[in-house]
Design a protein around this ligand. Structure first.
Ligand code: GLN
Length: 532
């Protein structure tokens, strides 16, 4: 019978619940149990695709083209599995379903209510994913903080599931922040106490408490949390800040979380095989060589906007034995003349031109790209990054004045980047981009082929625009060559001849990068940057 682990959070959001969930999953998986993971986001958007990254961090794209919460990225990286768009449940999705059913007449004669109709829909979605994945254990992370109005129906559904599945079928892990006062250096448990009370009011008793803190907490604090949380002292574990986050599963294992999980879920205990993770963390710790990478984008104030790219660079770094040191270059600052791109770029070993949407910051990015190309620094352009590399090249090398993407300038005389054919006539915004894993044919003898070493690659996409095939001849004859082509026939990867590494891809290779299996694109980029 399938088991469920619900992970809730107290005190504040952004605690690292996603990492805790992924780490719990990894412990179970390394004991030989199959695991899947669901993220519940109580906001009313149907998915994360329509949100600004400043609201919510990066939009993580799944193989099947879901635009999901970034926690799915944590799950995929730790568990080394591919999840579906369905693994991200939102209030929007649930209500859309319930209202569609109501209109169809499925509830004919009834008053449709939060309990039982909405809660039933939530439970049935969770159980459906469990059934489809045929996992031994399903992790369900409830986003937000206990006590949020939006989260109540989901917690109510979780409470009911415990009743229905029994205490060995459903367990609760509650993650709380234990802040430290800078004035006295004292850990405070009061916010955690309030969140335990809030949980109890909803009818949920945690089986395990994960205390998140900056530094390790002491035994006294642990006992206090146990007392107020109504659990045994050994059922309070501490997850303090670590770098890399891939150490968290090891920290939890050291505190016996593996045994606690199996005994509470009624599963047989098997010694977890965490060897590769221990090695990964040791390797990371032993790295002394750094490589400075400029990150050129416009959502740089919130680093979570580019989370998978940061992680992909880290994975490659561990693999190669170098530590990427990120130098953030805010395109709007360049545009406004607050930052001199030459000064910044001269000080780095390589640059990533980040993905994005819309015209804000575009001219700043183009200016930075020009500097990077002229200085010959290794460059990796991702999606909008590649598109703007083409815009820059068209303007400054081909001499096509005012060349642009029609996303920014619909009236440009040289639409070197243009709307995809399939996008013409698309008016609905949610979930309508060219999304998910799609194939590209890699051309032999190119840098792209050296990177992938195979002819057909599937990377994940999220875009509406593409490089206009009409300009390919002109670009190629000036040395900016096509390295791979989509099955629809437009350039998917471009690379500059005679340059150490000047490479752009329409796809997002960062989504598939895993700590133990880094993306080859990032590995080659970092290799060139670090001159390995
Ligand atoms: N805005 C561009 C497009 O829609 C690039 C998108 C991206 O960088 N993900 O094609």
């Amino acid at each position: 019978m399938v088991k469920y682990v619900f992970i809730t959070g107290g005190v504040l959001s952004g605690l690292g619940k996603g990492i805790t969930t992924a780490s719990v999953g990894l412990l179970l998986r390394s004991m030989g149990y199959s695991v899947t993971s669901i993220k519940i986001d109580p906001y009313v958007n149907v998915d994360a695709g329509t949100m600004n990254p400043y609201m919510h961090g990066e939009v993580f794209v799944t193989e099947d083209g879901g635009e999901t919460d970034l926690d799915l990225g944590h799950y995929e990286r730790f568990l080394d599995i591919n999840l579906s768009k369905d693994n991200n449940i939102t209030t929007g999705k649930i209500y859309l379903e319930v209202i569609t059913k109501e209109r169809r007449g499925d509830y004919l004669g009834q008053t449709v209510q939060i309990i039982p109709h909405v809660t039933d829909e939530i439970k049935s979605k969770i159980r459906e994913i469990a059934r489809r994945s045929s996992a031994d254990v399903v992790l369900v992370e409830v986003g937000g903080t206990v006590g949020d109005i939006e989260g109540l129906p989901f917690l109510e559904a979780a409470r009911q599931m415990r009743l229905e599945e029994g205490s060995r079928g459903v367990i609760f892990v509650h993650v709380v922040l234990v802040p430290k006062l800078s004035t006295t250096g004292e850990f405070k448990t009061k916010p955690a106490q309030h969140s335990f009370q809030e949980l109890r009011r909803i009818g949920i008793q945690p089986d395990l408490i994960v205390a998140r803190s900056e530094r390790p907490i002491d035994g006294g604090i642990r006992s206090k949390l146990a007392l107020f949380g109504n659990v045994g002292v050994e059922e309070v574990v501490n997850s303090y800040d670590v770098d890399p986050v891939y150490e968290v599963p090891l920290i939890l294992k050291n505190q016996g979380v593996d045994r606690l999980l199996t005994s509470k879920l009624g599963l047989e205990y098997r010694e977890p095989d965490l060897g590769p993770w221990v090695e990964l963390v040791e390797r990371y710790r032993s790295i002394s060589k750094t490589v400075r990478i400029a990150m050129v984008g416009k959502y740089t104030a919130l680093k979570d906007s580019y989370l998978s790219i940061i992680e992909a660079l880290k994975h490659s770094g561990i693999h190669l034995g170098v530590k990427p040191q990120l130098v953030w270059v805010e395109a709007t600052d360049v545009e406004a003349g607050r930052v001199d791109p030459k000064e910044v770029i001269e000080g780095v070993d390589g640059a990533v031109i980040l993905p994005g949407f819309g015209s804000r910051g575009v001219e700043g990015k183009v200016r930075v790209i020009e500097v990077i190309r002229e200085l010959g620094k290794p460059t990796l352009g991702i999606c909008f990054g590649l598109q703007l590399m083409v815009v820059e090249f068209a303007r400054n090398v081909l001499g096509l004045e005012r060349a642009n993407t029609t996303e920014v300038d619909p009236n440009t005389p040289h639409p070197v980047v243009d709307l995809l054919e399939m996008q013409r006539g698309v008016v609905v915004k949610g979930g309508t981009m060219r999304l998910g894993a799609l194939p590209a044919r890699v051309i032999k003898g190119t840098l792209a082929y050296r990177i992938y070493q195979t002819e057909v690659v599937y990377e994940r996409h999220r875009h509406r625009y593409h490089i206009n095939p009409h300009y390919v001849d002109a670009l190629e004859s000036a040395g900016f060559r096509v390295g791979a082509v989509s099955f629809e026939g437009f350039p998917e990867m471009m690379e500059l001849q005679g340059h150490r590494f000047y490479f752009g891809t329409q796809a997002h290779p960062e989504y598939k990068s895993r700590p133990l299996k880094p993306s080859p694109v990032f590995v080659e980029f970092l290799k060139a940057s670090a001159r390995l």
